[in-house]
Design a protein around this ligand. Structure first.
Ligand SMILES: *Cc1c(COP(=O)(O)O)cnc(C)c1O
Length: 380
């Protein structure tokens, strides 16, 4: 079956009791056994739940994996995946990864004995140079946040294969509709389902998707042992959201392209960061490894912080809020919001200035989004 059809049906219509067309929410924490050794496949909701299982089957299918575990947040999914490593292992990650992931790696997991190198992954030489005798994995996140740098997934997995390293990709920014890391050789895929997979800004969640039995068994064991699975109600919300993933992503992208082109031509805008623009340095790579350019973009306003502030204070349609991937368009200021936990030097080194504004394009009509920004930019 095709992708859009699997979004709607995989895992969903399995209720044998009443033939319900959508998945029931099984809130039960426990399930009774038929005999001392047999049950109907579920015994306790931390370990497994029919509603959560429906979501997991759906997401595994969309990424092209063999199994999935749905977790209570994206960070819980990332935490779970890092248990594929052991104390003493060294992992290479990008220098511009999601802030929460950087915090987990640099401040928490290093205390548990893992070692990290954060390098600019646009240059494969940096990755090769970072490999040590105890290197066991490479963390992949593309496009990057907030500047939409693209890294070459296939080139990284070929380095990883040669050095026998595990690759884990955070595919949150594009969703499996636009990018499928398994097809480019990645071993494990994680998501914050909070973003495009749920798509309606009304739940936080995550998932870990695997493609070998060995990794599937380990991830299943760890999610249960750590107790990081999501609630049946949250699973149901994400399953409901994911049914419209394809049409939503198309609408998101259409708006993003219109906004990117408008901003690129605007006299008060200095630079637009969007892989869909021919001027983006990795436009060709994005075209090759993605099935579309996504709906995240950033731009630098001419001037400085006062100009950026006036734009954000005078927005129409857009709301000033963190997060992304929902049907409503959001604008946020990396300097004081999403990237405030980075040091000033680290922000500047990553190319984030006080003129930088990040935008998550929703599914509103592109004309209204352009009008909203046009209005705001008259104050810049
Ligand atoms: C939001 C996000 C996360 C963290 O997910 P939560 O659901 O907020 O825990 C991880 N990676 C990326 C790329 C994200 O955008």
């Amino acid at each position: 079956m095709n992708f859009e059809t699997r979004c709607v049906h995989t895992g969903v219509d399995k209720d044998k009791a009443f033939n319900s067309c959508t998945t029931p929410i099984y809130t039960s924490s426990t399930f009774s056994w038929d005999t001392l050794t047999t049950n109907k496949g579920f015994d306790y909701t931390r370990s497994g739940n029919p509603t959560r299982r429906a979501l997991e089957e759906n997401l595994a299918s969309l990424e092209g994996g063999i199994d999935c575990r749905a977790t209570c947040t994206g960070m819980a999914a990332i935490t779970t995946s890092m248990y594929l490593f052991k104390p003493g292992d060294h992992i290479i990650a990008g220098h511009d990864i999601y802030g929460g992931t950087y915090r987990l790696f640099a401040n928490v997991l290093t205390e548990q004995g893992l070692q990290f190198s954060f390098v600019n992954m646009q240059d494969m030489a940096n990755i090769k140079a970072a490999i040590r005798p105890n290197t066991k994995g490479i963390w992949i996140e593309t496009p990057s946040n907030p500047l939409l740098n693209i890294i070459d997934i296939a080139a990284i997995t070929s380095i990883a294969k040669a050095a026998n390293l595990l690759t884990i990709a955070d595919n949150t920014f594009l969703s499996p509709y636009l990018q499928r890391p398994f097809e480019l050789g990645v071993d494990v895929v994680v998501h914050s389902t909070t973003k495009y997979l749920n798509g309606h800004s009304d739940v936080v969640g995550g998932c870990v998707i695997t493609r070998t039995k060995e990794h599937a068994d380990r991830i299943s064991y760890i999610t249960n042992a750590l107790g990081l699975a999501c609630s049946p109600f949250d699973a149901w919300l994400v399953l409901r959201g994911v049914k419209t993933l394809g049409p939503r992503m198309e609408a998101h992208q259409k708006g993003a392209m219109a906004v990117a082109r408008f901003l690129a031509a605007h006299p008060k805008v200095e630079h637009v960061y969007y892989p869909g623009l021919e001027t983006h340095p990795q436009h060709a790579l994005a075209k090759k490894q993605q099935k579309g350019f996504g709906a995240m973009l950033s731009f630098d306003v001419k001037g400085g912080r006062p100009e950026a502030e006036r734009v954000m204070e005078n927005l129409q349609v857009f709301q000033l809020a963190e997060s992304l991937g929902g049907v409503e368009s959001l604008v946020e200021y990396p300097e004081t919001m999403s990237h405030a936990s980075m040091s000033l030097e680290a922000r500047r080194a990553a190319g984030i200035s006080e003129r930088t504004i990040r935008v998550s394009i929703g599914i509103e009509h592109p004309d209204d989004l352009v009008a909203g920004l046009k209005h705001a930019l008259t104050f810049a």
